[in-house]
Design a binder for this molecule. Structure first.
Ligand code: ADP
Length: 492
């Protein structure tokens, strides 16, 4: 009987289950969309029970599609939207409030009050003080629902989405997380590799709420499926961006990947060493396997593919995302136009919450095709900012850049990206790198995948884009981009 690893990829707007075969090929897939809840401007929440139901649904659906029973599943891997916070009642297993999604800003005030502790926190967690991470979200839930005392009595549990899914799939037997998810909470000391008592005190969060932390490849427990008739071991867990770094087989120090989705997330493997950034990058745990932690530097762009959705939905310049490439190719340059899509501020390396979007270089000759082309180019320039920052901090030679995510379907963007970075970029054959990464973590533990070396061998590149722009042009364009950013930030 052919066997598979079942990956659960729990994202912000959808949940997917994918069956991978021994060659790491994605063979069957099931997906459910999820509804986001916006109680107030800037707040983003989800119903954690709906999230869990979607997980059960996609598992059942993918097994039906593959026409197999659960015995054909070697193991389960779980990857998830990071930082999103759930607090639930230990007794009933029910959430005490909606899950607070990573992008949500409702705990901004809690973070502002701790701004003077930035250095202290950075030196323990590699992160910055920001509502993005889980700690202030837990604080918010306990405050808003008057639950501090109940939490101190040991009656509540906290988890990021991985923990929540593991807890529910094991029928409440296992309260655990993996080290990559733990490293995004603002409560985990990435150097000492443990929950940090001083940070817990700072946020006044009782330790008894926290899950046990394990490596990415580990037997977390058994998922009880099909109304209790089967159990399948959960063997791999990692946050989505880390899973994608692993799925891209960025196993060596100096390997970099960039994911082009709603935003962009660039991670560089920095090996056994945790490097603190002086330039606005986050230091995070890439993974831990065989008792060895690998670290990464991470940079993020808030608006990348989302700017293409904006062209479609707000500006009505295109009907669908893929039209952006057709439009960009209708002209032979962006005609000096620069679009800075700082719709929600700017991420790495600027971390400017207050900047807003701007357009530069308009003339009487500018048409919508120039505008669309310039919007695509802005995705590449922002990614260039990430790579430049990584280069400054890492003091490591960059070996390669692997790419994935929805916007990599755009060949114009990919070619321009290679041009402006002056380096080749590799698009893998399997674009489901996040789910694949966690399938690897699970399968390495069970022997389904033999070794990192074997995985590396089976990893296929679909396409490589080689740079072809003259260096002088690259320099001039990037100089203009930096000027555009500077001018945008003056207008606050
Ligand atoms: P996420 O996981 O963040 O939801 P995806 O990886 O699914 O994102 O990618 C979706 C994003 O990619 C959307 O923002 C969309 O605008 C963008 N996108 C999809 N296809 C194209 C394309 N051909 N050209 C440019 N952008 C695209």
């Amino acid at each position: 009987m052919e066997k598979f690893v079942l990956s659960i990829d729990q994202g912000t707007t959808s949940t997917r289950a994918i069956l991978f075969d021994k060659k790491g090929i994605s063979r069957f897939i099931a997906q459910r969309e999820l509804e986001l809840i916006y109680p107030q401007s800037g707040w983003v929440e989800e119903d954690a029970l709906e999230v869990y139901s979607s997980v059960v649904d996609v598992i059942n659906e993918v097994l039906i599609k593959a026409n197999i029973d659960a015995n054909a599943i070697d193991s389960i891997g779980i990857t998830n939207q990071r930082e999103t916070t759930v607090v639930w009642d230990k007794e009933t297993g029910l959430p005490v409030a909606n899950a607070i999604v990573w992008q949500s800003r409702q705990s901004q005030e809690i973070c502002d009050a701790l701004k003077d502790k930035e250095e202290f926190i950075h030196h323990k967690t590699g992160l910055i003080i920001n509502p993005y991470f889980s700690a202030s979200k837990i604080r918010f839930i306990l405050d808003k629902n008057d639950l501090q005392k109940v939490a101190e009595e040991g009656k509540l549990l906290f988890g990021t989405i991985d923990t929540w899914i593991i807890y529910k799939l094991t029928k409440g037997k296992v309260h655990a997380t993996d080290i990559t998810n733990a490293s995004r909470t603002l409560l985990y000391n990435i150097f000492e590799k443990k929950w940090d008592d001083e940070l817990l005190k700072l946020f006044n969060i009782p330790k008894c709420m926290l899950p046990t932390v394990h490596e990415c490849s580990y037997h977390y427990g058994d998922a009880i499926l099909m109304l209790g008739t089967v159990s399948i071991p959960i063997m791999g867990v990692a946050g989505d961006q880390q899973a994608s770094l692993f799925g891209q087989t960025c196993f060596s120090k100096g390997d970099v990947k960039n994911t082009y989705g709603t935003g962009c997330f660039m991670l560089m493997n920095t090996g056994k060493e945790a490097r603190l950034s002086k330039n606005g990058l986050l230091t995070t745990i890439a993974w831990s396997i065989n008792n060895q932690v690998t670290y990464a530097l991470e940079g993020s762009v808030f608006i990348a593919g989302a700017s293409i959705q904006w062209l479609r939905d707000q500006m009505k310049m295109i009907n669908k995302a893929s039209d952006s490439e057709i439009s960009a190719r209708k002209v032979d340059s962006s005609n000096g136009v620069y679009v800075v899509p700082a719709f929600v501020g700017l991420g790495t390396p600027y971390w400017d919450d207050y900047a807003r979007g701007a357009v530069f270089g308009l003339t009487r000759a500018t048409n919508k095709y120039h505008f669309i082309r310039a919007t695509l180019e802005a995705i590449a320039y922002q990614s260039m900012d990430l790579l430049q920052t990584i280069k400054k901090d890492a003091h490591t030679k960059i070996n390669s850049l692997s790419v994935d995510g929805g916007a990599t379907a755009n060949n114009y963007l990919m070619q321009f990206q290679a041009d402006i970075l002056e380096m080749p970029i590799n698009l893998p054959k399997c674009l489901e790198t996040t789910a694949l990464g966690v399938a690897y973590f699970a399968g390495l533990k069970t022997g389904f995948f033999a070794s990192l070396k074997e995985i590396k061998k089976s990893h296929c590149i679909e396409n490589t884009f080689y740079p072809s722009m003259p260096q002088s042009e690259v320099k001039e364009r990037y100089r203009k981009w930096k000027l555009a950013i500077k001018a945008t930030r003056v207008f606050e």
